[in-house]
Ligand binder design. Structure first.
Ligand code: HEM
Length: 120
């Protein structure tokens, strides 16, 4: 996912990932407000695309909040975090993202749990 055309692939992954999360009874309550407002959902997805694109080496720049700021006060648990990563892996597998890219992405996102999880 390094080339510019990768942005289309990333957008497809984010769409699939967010659909998985919305259908995931373990964690979808966190996203009730996001899902209730199409503009908010579009901004959220755009931020995710930029973040994943940047994590993959660019050329996008993530301009959203820090992970600590974005998730402060949500009370995300380790189990919630694992459920979300599982939903992401499902999306990556469904869209046949290669093992190398998949592992690269997961190795960038995994360490973010210390900024996101409030209930270890
Ligand atoms: C590696 C894991 C995660 C990444 C990379 C991530 C990424 C993001 C990003 C980029 C935003 C947008 C920040 C902004 O608006 O400036 C965000 C917001 C949010 N995240 Fe996460 N997140 C992760 C884990 C989680 C988990 C585990 C939960 C809850 C189960 C969660 C719930 C939310 C919610 C509810 C928002 C607010 C969405 C909105 O603005 O409507 N996130 N996250």
């Amino acid at each position: 996912m390094r080339s510019h055309s990768g942005k289309k692939a990333i957008t497809a992954v984010v769409d699939e990932f967010v659909a998985n999360v919305a259908a995931d009874a373990r964690i979808n309550k966190f996203f009730a407000l996001t899902a209730s407002d199409p503009k908010r959902m579009a901004t959220f997805k755009g931020n995710l695309v930029d973040q994943i694109c940047q994590a993959g080496g660019g050329p996008c720049t993530y301009a959203g909040k820090s992970m600590k700021e974005a998730h402060a006060g949500m009370g995300v648990s380790t189990a919630d975090f694992s459920a979300l990563v599982e939903d992401l892996v499902k999306a990556l597998d469904k869209l046949k993202v290669g093992e190398k890219e998949k592992n690269e992405l997961l190795s960038v996102l995994g360490p973010m749990n210390s900024d996101i999880v409030e209930k270890p």
